[in-house]
Design a protein around this ligand. Structure first.
Ligand SMILES: Nc1ncnc2c1ncn2[C@@H]1O[C@H](COP(=O)(O)OP(=O)(O)O)[C@@H](O)[C@H]1O
Ligand SMILES: [Mg+2]
Length: 240
């Protein structure tokens, strides 16, 4: 069973088509790079698949659950949204314990989950510091931990490395590789930075102007040009 299956997924805002008939599938344990220049439709795709938006047309399943059952889809997924906000006065531990409690964990369970996830994303030594004292990269790693609280089958990360320096980007990517490797979760990672995709993603989806330009294993997608950046340039109007 595919971890994600989208058929003709479409979202229009009035006359503007943000996503135009996207069809693709992702398999369990895959790290999928969702690529495209600004405005290509990456965030729209993630909002549709996470049931924050309803499609104008088309259908999808996540973890085998149809998008028409959003409550069930949400139990299968974890999300790091495009611009996640954090309560600065909470500590990392408090934030994750609270998230775990929201998913119905007991107090003792929530404590254990928080400690384990903080260690997984490399924040164990800062778990008792207030989030206001965290760097941007640390907040993004906390956001990834938050997305894993319910042991999701599919994790969506919308531009998790945006605004990070190279060291911060590297840490996030290592964390993402671990998630897929150790948990067997499917990860959908949106970005417009190509180098990070080549590091962690086995498969890619390239969007431009809401339309699918290419999809498949990275080596197949780049076969014509020999490099992801050349393929990307050929398939998109990079406006950045
Ligand atoms: N709420 C909205 N209302 C109108 N247009 C929108 C809305 N959200 C996104 N769009 C448009 O949809 C297109 C795709 O946006 P988005 O999915 O955010 O792209 P990306 O994440 O790839 O940068 C853009 O042209 C954007 O302006
Ligand atoms: Mg976006």
């Amino acid at each position: 069973m595919a971890a994600i299956e989208a058929i003709d997924l479409t979202k229009r805002y009035g006359a503007r088509t943000a996503l135009d008939g996207l069809t693709f599938a992702a398999q369990p344990g895959e790290v999928v790079g969702l690529l495209g220049p600004n405005g290509a439709g990456k965030t729209t795709t993630i909002r549709l698949l996470t049931t924050i938006l309803e499609p104008t047309a088309g259908t999808f399943t996540v973890g085998g659950v149809p998008g028409t059952e959003p409550d069930r889809v949400r139990r299968q997924i974890g999300v790091l949204p495009e611009s996640a906000g954090y309560p600065g006065r909470q500590t990392g531990t408090e934030y994750l314990r609270y998230a775990a409690r929201l998913f119905g964990r007991s107090r003792a369970d929530a404590r254990a989950v928080a400690e384990r996830l903080l260690a997984d994303v490399g924040l164990a030594d800062r778990s008792s510091a207030r989030i206001s004292a965290y760097s941007r990269g640390m907040r993004q790693r906390l956001g990834i931990a938050r997305a894993l609280v319910n042991e999701p089958a599919v994790v969506f990360l919308d531009e998790p490395t945006l605004g990070l320096d190279p060291a911060g980007q590297h840490e996030i990517l290592a964390t993402i590789g671990d998630i897929a490797g150790h948990r067997g979760a499917t990860v959908v990672l949106s970005t417009h930075t190509l180098s990070e995709v080549e590091q962690v993603c086995g498969t890619v989806i390239i969007l431009d102007h809401g339309r699918l330009q290419a999809a498949g294993p990275i080596d197949e997608v780049v076969a014509g040009t020999g490099s992801l950046s050349a393929t990307f340039r050929a398939l998109t109007e990079d406006r950045s």
